[in-house]
Write a protein that binds this ligand. Structure first.
Ligand SMILES: Cc1cc2nc3c(=O)[nH]c(=O)nc-3n(C[C@H](O)[C@H](O)[C@H](O)COP(=O)(O)OP(=O)(O)OC[C@H]3O[C@@H](n4cnc5c(N)ncnc54)[C@H](O)[C@@H]3O)c2cc1C
Length: 308
């Protein structure tokens, strides 16, 4: 098992942001027992464990992080019939979504283009255009890392406490290793479904700065009341003010510290123009939070996960 451990591993290579220092230990395996053994070893060494998917929602700190970073790399997908699928966590989300669409299911098609794994989508309850991953979850197999003995638990959907970009897994360290997905809405027009998905992909390419390394939306959108929308003179759907709008209003769109920049294309994305440091990104986050608080009396909350 210890032969899987790589010491002083460059974290930037494990994140779509291409930012970060060094992992004290890194290991990858498709074998659940090997991953369990590694996690038990880390426990015995008092080392924190960080489970990684594709790294599309993560900012790693600069410097050395004294922890074990693990990638469980099983990507198996099995159709169980009647819209149910057993999916291992490392399967790319887009691969799953294409398979569901090919089989005629439209339950989660709007998530197409979210660049992570199925495990990451469960963890964050990833969502877009009114759909979220929880819509297709029947149950989740997980190992909670804060228990004295590491053991497999089978959680029903209700036990995952999914909410807007939230789940129980955000509040307890865990390895999500398998999900039972259940679709219920069969399309009547598969060609139209595929076209819709292509349109969503095109729209993402138009609106998002995909030509630079980034980690998706940095802040969550902010829920407000009707009164606040009236005061602001806005009419955003579902009473959610886009974080991008707030950042733009306080004059930070395009603002740059070092090689980190609030994108000129989409202000709620920070792009890495080359050699950005985590500290540059953290400075941008602090600045945006301060300005939005001063100007709008609203608190921005990070969607990006910071690991230090
Ligand atoms: C260009 C771009 C567009 C994006 N658009 C969207 C969008 O529209 N909607 C949206 O919701 N998100 C979006 N994201 C963010 C991101 O893609 C999602 O949050 C995605 O679900 C993260 O998956 P991941 O595998 O990359 O997770 P990672 O970034 O690797 O990890 C994120 C967190 O999940 C945990 N985690 C990952 N896998 C597991 C596992 N198997 N078990 C336990 N914990 C795990 C990690 O510990 C970490 O804390 C976007 C990102 C980018 C770069």
């Amino acid at each position: 098992m210890k032969n899987l451990l790589q010491e002083n591993y460059p974290l930037r290579s494990l994140s779509t942001f291409l930012i970060g220092g060094t992992a004290k230990y890194f290991a990858r395996s498709r074998d659940l027992q090997e991953v369990l053994d590694l996690m038990n070893w880390a426990k015995s060494e008092n080392l924190p464990v960080h489970v990684l998917g594709r790294g599309s929602d993560i900012l790693f700190a600069d410097g050395v992080i004294e922890a074990l970073f693990i990638k469980y790399e099983n990507q198996e997908l099995a159709a169980l019939g009647e819209g149910r699928y057993r999916v291992a966590s490392a399967l790319p989300l887009n691969y799953l979504l294409m398979r569901l669409a090919r089989d005629g299911w439209e339950d989660a098609h709007s998530l197409i283009g979210i660049p992570g794994t199925v495990g990451g989508a469960v963890w964050a309850n990833a969502g877009a255009y009114g759909q979220e991953f929880a819509d297709i979850v029947e149950s989740v197999k997980v190992i909670f890392l804060d228990e004295p003995e590491l053991q497999i638990k089978d959680l029903k959907k209700e036990e995952c406490f999914f909410q807007y970009r939230d789940s129980i897994f955000k509040h307890r360290p865990a390895l999500v290793f398998e999900t039972i997905v259940r679709c219920q809405n069969k399309t009547v027009d598969q060609e139209a479904l595929m076209k819709k998905m292509v349109e969503i992909l095109k729209s993402r390419h138009c609106k998002q700065p995909l030509n630079y390394p980034n980690a998706g939306s940095i802040f969550k959108n902010v829920s407000v009341t009707d009164e606040i929308q009236q005061l602001l003179g806005t009419n955003f759907p579902h009473n959610k003010i886009p974080a991008a709008w707030l950042i733009e209003q306080v004059g930070l769109k395009g603002f740059r510290i070092g090689d980190a920049q609030f994108s000129e294309k989409h202000a709620n994305f920070i792009v890495n123009l080359g050699q950005a440091k985590a500290n540059d990104v953290l400075d941008l986050l602090a600045l945006a939070k301060q300005k939005v608080e001063d100007h709008f009396k609203m608190k921005l909350e990070e969607e990006l996960i910071y690991i230090k």
